[in-house]
Design a protein around this ligand. Structure first.
Ligand code: CA
Length: 258
């Protein structure tokens, strides 16, 4: 699979113009094999530009998908549109305190794993962060390899989620943590983009997702979004997992279950 060049994608979500730097996605590199795409989808909220770029470049090189923003406001919008695996959260941000964002997420029932990025002199903030529902924290300046290790640990813990398996129509079963799709127990191969779409729908059973919402899931993989891109991936998925799993809601979008 070819690597996609870095690009700036402008997306208008909920009436707000957010210019989001999207990373390339190098799906098959770093010893990953077909059907074994265990990359993480990470949201980095950090306003120190140098640090943010270093973190982002490091994670992209490791094959993860990374979105970056400097503000709580944009982070909230991005979290509404995408299921991130891990939130990397700075505390002192231009438009507020990271802990307030974390508290709001937990209040709304989000279990999204969160690692706090904090300065040495903010010990009380660290404790407050853990109390507010953070999974771990890193003290700046941190070693990027340590970041990777913490990310893996948090993701592993998350994959110990009591119910990562979701049974769908036609003997199809999805392991959300392991990112595996099975039909009658046999694993089938789906591409990263097909997974991104399926993941969005399976995590919101019975809810109809608009084409726009599903396009958002594809942006971060550097996919060229054409007017029929979602239809193309839905039809590829249907060829692989049968016609009954993804339902078309005419004029509205698509849904799984319900
Ligand atoms: Ca900061």
């Amino acid at each position: 699979m070819a690597a996609f060049p870095d690009s700036y994608l402008k997306s208008e979500i909920a009436g707000v113009q957010a210019v989001v730097r999207k990373g390339r996605y190098s799906g098959r590199s770093h010893g990953r094999h077909a059907g074994e795409d265990r990359f993480l989808r990470i949201l980095l909220v950090e306003d120190e530009v140098m640090l943010a770029e270093a973190v982002r470049d490091h994670l992209l090189a490791a094959g993860e998908a990374v979105d970056h923003t400097e503000s709580i406001h944009d982070a909230e919008i991005m979290i509404r549109g995408t299921n991130y695996d891990v939130l990397l959260l700075d505390l002192n941000l231009p438009d507020g305190h990271g802990i307030d964002l974390l508290r709001a997420l937990r209040r709304n029932g989000s279990a999204m794993p969160c690692i706090i990025l904090t300065a040495q002199d903010q010990i009380s903030d660290r404790i407050e962060g853990l109390n507010a529902g953070a999974d771990d924290y890193l003290v700046k300046p941190f070693d990027l390899n340590e970041l990777s290790a913490r990310l893996s640990a948090v993701a592993r813990r998350y994959s110990g989620n009591p119910n990562p398996f979701v049974a769908l129509a036609g003997g199809v079963e999805v392991d959300l943590a392991g990112r595996v799709v099975m039909i009658n127990g046999a694993q089938i191969d789906v591409t990263s983009r097909e997974w991104a779409l399926l993941d969005q729908m399976v995590r919101r059973p019975g809810q109809t997702l608009s084409k726009r919402q599903l396009e958002e899931a594809l942006y971060e993989f550097g996919a060229e979004i054409e007017s029929n891109t979602v239809e193309v991936y839905v039809s590829r998925l249907r060829r692989k997992i049968g016609k009954d799993v993804i339902k078309t809601v005419r004029g509205v979008g698509y849904r799984v279950g319900g």
